[in-house]
Design a protein around this ligand. Structure first.
Ligand SMILES: [Fe+2]
Ligand SMILES: [Fe+2]
Length: 293
């Protein structure tokens, strides 16, 4: 295992009074890892790298959107959960930046996409109300939680992933599932408007799918090898055909439009516990098991 953690990261002290505790990782990825770290596959590697390029600034946007409401929060429990949410998202952004920098060195132009995402989010953010920013955060948190739970539920999804990459995605997936209700609860307490929440989800769906595909092409445009059509065909089948991981998200996605939707209704605690066990054994850090939420 080359994904190492620093001594400081073994410190598991609680930083807020909720079940949502940030876990510091400080991954050190093997610089000799192959460029196509996901099953040796061009499509799957570039697609997940495209997603990773959106994480650093995307997650900072989530933090700013939620933080806006911190001073007016009423629920003491939620105040603590928000602290946990902010801590977890801050760590995710930092770790994905390290990973993205490694991909840049391997000839996948992540810096360009990170800068594009940074400018795009800042541009959009200035033009949105705090309510819309929070509704967009809830929508994107629903996407990240669904994707995270697909990873946790289907060990096959991560099959063939390089051993240094597995802990990064597993850790992120566990914590996305853990804090999936926080932004939503802030929204329900502070805004609560059904139309704003669902119309923002509809808009965000188009943006999320459109920009993920666009970032994929941005990355591929400056890479020095030829397009692997076989990998693309296999990849689309992997997402939409058989096993069709994306296709299977349909019901969970549509549930968001119900008036009584709540992220916690999809109880995935057992998956998080399993994910943490895998993570603890991959990293040889048994103390991670004590931090299950
Ligand atoms: Fe995150
Ligand atoms: Fe999140």
């Amino acid at each position: 295992m080359n994904a190492k953690v620093s001594a400081a990261s073994t410190n598991s002290k609680r930083v807020n009074k909720s079940a949502i505790q940030p876990r510091r990782m400080d991954f050190r990825f093997d610089p000799d890892m192959p460029r196509y770290w996901f099953d040796g596959d061009q499509f799957k590697t570039v697609l997940l790298t495209a997603l990773s390029c959106t994480f650093p600034e995307g997650e900072r946007f989530f933090v700013r959107s939620v933080r806006h409401y911190q001073p007016t929060l009423k629920s003491e429990q939620l105040k603590e959960e928000v602290k946990g949410f902010i801590g977890q998202e801050a760590h995710h952004g930092n770790e994905h930046e390290v990973f993205n920098a490694l991909m840049q060195k391997k000839g996948i132009p992540t810096r360009k996409v990170e800068e594009f995402v940074y400018k795009g989010i800042r541009w959009q953010e200035k033009r949105m109300s705090p309510e819309r920013r929070l509704a967009k955060t809830c929508a994107l948190e629903h996407f990240t939680a669904m994707l995270a739970e697909v990873m946790l539920e289907n060990p096959d999804f991560l099959k063939g992933m390089h051993k240094d990459m597995l802990p990064l995605w597993m850790w992120h997936a566990v914590e996305e599932s853990e804090h999936k209700s926080v932004a939503f609860d802030v929204y329900q307490e502070q805004v609560g408007d059904y139309w704003t929440r669902t119309s923002e989800m509809a808009l965000t769906t188009v943006e999320f799918i459109g920009f993920t595909i666009f970032h994929y092409f941005q990355l591929r445009a400056e890479m020095d090898d030829t397009r692997d059509w076989k990998s693309i065909a296999k990849g689309w089948n992997w997402l939409l055909g058989s096993p069709g991981f994306l296709r299977k998200l349909g019901p969970a996605y549509l549930a968001y439009y119900k008036r009584d939707f709540h992220p916690a209704k999809r109880d995935k605690r057992h998956l998080r516990e399993k994910g943490l066990q895998t993570l603890a054994s991959l990293l040889k850090r048994p103390e991670l098991l004590g931090a299950a939420a």
